[in-house]
Design a protein around this ligand. Structure first.
Ligand SMILES: [Zn+2]
Ligand SMILES: [Zn+2]
Length: 260
């Protein structure tokens, strides 16, 4: 089994599947994708992702406020998040984090939000899904400050090895997306080679970032197979090894998904 550890099922372009999410999921299942983690981005889509996780036995979800969605949502706050996290199909917190690439001006607000997500992780023991872009020092500083016994994952990782190693040292996992297949992503492929086999996850981040050879099209969960194939080749592992390791890692990080 392969697992798509980060997808936005409520945002897929379903044109290729006659408008049917069932068909998009079936296309992935037919290729061996056995589980999907559907990621929340704000208060408005929390009921939607929870609904999908209730509807499908192989879909789980997370709830949180994306760092680039704060202006529309704040103050959602810690109490809101803790209430959402009571739901049995909500297995993680996020996505949260810091993105100074698109919105450097909202850094203080992003940090405040990231902090209360980390506090929710502490109080619930659920892992946190971290979006980080051009905010290496602050992301690591907040993770260090939180010092969570349960950790989480740096999703769609595109930063350098120093940051990866610092996060790995704190117990975090690293998830790679279709970006590793992009022609200009040589530095990221070097990082991908060095991530320990027991800390690596794979994701599509669909509908964004479709891997080669689908680049430019809308991304969907079945393309996690292309991400995995590229990673196996980059890392010099067999496809089977990569599937098994990333699935075991997913179950270790998100234990609430392991029983099914
Ligand atoms: Zn993200
Ligand atoms: Zn995402």
């Amino acid at each position: 089994m392969l697992i798509d550890s980060h997808c936005h099922l409520d945002r897929l372009d379903l044109t290729a599947h006659e408008g049917s999410l069932d068909k998009a999921l079936d296309a992935a299942r037919a290729r061996g994708v056995g589980k999907f983690l559907c990621i929340g981005v704000d208060a408005a889509n929390a009921p939607v992702v929870k609904g999908l996780a209730e509807q499908y036995g192989d879909v789980w979800c997370s709830v949180g406020i994306h760092p680039l969605d704060l202006s529309r949502n704040d103050p959602a706050g810690l109490d809101w998040l803790l209430t959402e996290l009571n739901h049995p199909r909500v297995v993680a917190i996020g996505e949260t984090g810091l993105d100074y690439h698109y919105e450097p001006e909202s850094a203080p607000l992003q940090q405040e939000s990231f902090r209360y997500h980390l506090e929710a992780a502490r109080q619930t023991g659920k892992p946190v899904i971290i979006h980080t872009r051009e905010a290496r020092a602050d992301t690591l500083a907040l993770l260090r400050e939180a010092d969570l016994p349960n950790t989480g994952v740096l999703h769609c990782f595109t930063e350098d090895w120093d940051m990866a190693r610092a996060a790995l040292d704190m117990g975090y996992y690293i998830s790679l997306s279709g970006i590793v297949t992009f022609r200009n992503a040589g530095a990221l492929r070097d990082v991908a080679r060095r991530i320990p086999a027991d800390r690596l996850l794979v994701e599509t981040d669909s509908p964004y970032l479709a891997p080669v050879p689908h680049r430019g099209k809308s991304n969907e969960p079945q393309f996690v197979c292309e991400v995995a194939a590229a990673l196996a080749e980059i890392r010099g592992e067999s496809l089977q090894q990569l599937w098994e390791n990333t699935t075991a890692n997913f179950h270790r990080l998100f234990p609430l998904t392991a029983a099914a």
